[in-house]
Design a protein around this ligand. Sequence first.
Ligand code: SF4
Length: 291
Amino acid sequence: MLQQTQVKTVLPYFKKFLLNFPTIDSLSESKEKKILKLWEGLGYYRRARNLLASSKIIVRQYKSKLPKEYKDIIKLPGIGDYTANALLAFVYNEPTLAIDGNVKRVFSRILNKNESKIDFKKIIDINKKKLFKSKRNSDLAEAIMEFGALVCKPKEPDCSGCDLKTMCKYFKSKNKYIKTPKTKPKVKSYNIFCYINQKNQIALTKKHKFGFLNNFYLPPMQEVKSKNLSKNWKYHSNFKNLISNKILDINLYYKHTSKNPFHSEWFSLKNNYEFIPSFTKRIFKQILKTN
Ligand code: SF4
């Protein structure tokens, strides 16, 4: 849940999720619909689907216990190198670190080097024997993350009170490294076509090719190079939506019709449906706002 999402946003979702699925078995037996409903508003729904898929594998192949080997954990859906290492450290106290943004910054500062020039895997491998001889490897992995979040902060590191300053090249150096600026999210333009009937219902379909909203209800949508007015459609409005690290620049078009225009279903614009993603609900809101 914490991927791309802040702790304060996640907390109520996390509590509710654990109340509904207190064990990996209960999660694996759940219907996808129920999980997506609990996830509603968190975005990045692929994470929820991956959790369900992983839980099924863990129950079936590993007797409901997380596998202990990196090579097995990394094969679970949605688990990349970062999460695999976090799980090994936190769950099994293995000598490894989860290299998140905070940890990268701490190492960058101590070495006074840009993150892109540091081989984090090599640092872990070299230090496995001398640094990680503790029964508290999980605490060490978490402590470095927390140290980055609370002391070696992104903007103003608290160097005066830092125990590492005697070994920190960033603190000692006159030529402090400059962090490479983050790449801006890409802007993509889309035309969205809303068929509306007399009951104020909108036609939605799951048959579309937009991977980031795979298997969710959407009106017909088309990626375009720029805003292009369509003859048969009335222009409604424009809005921007951030999704999967992309800024979607949306032009809404509409048309009144009583016929079901394609393999779709009608949905009332005023209902707060379960399983409709927040992105589609944003379209409902936009239409109602200016209707
Ligand atoms: S001395 Fe400052 S820059 Fe260096 S590790 Fe400590 S807080 Fe970070």
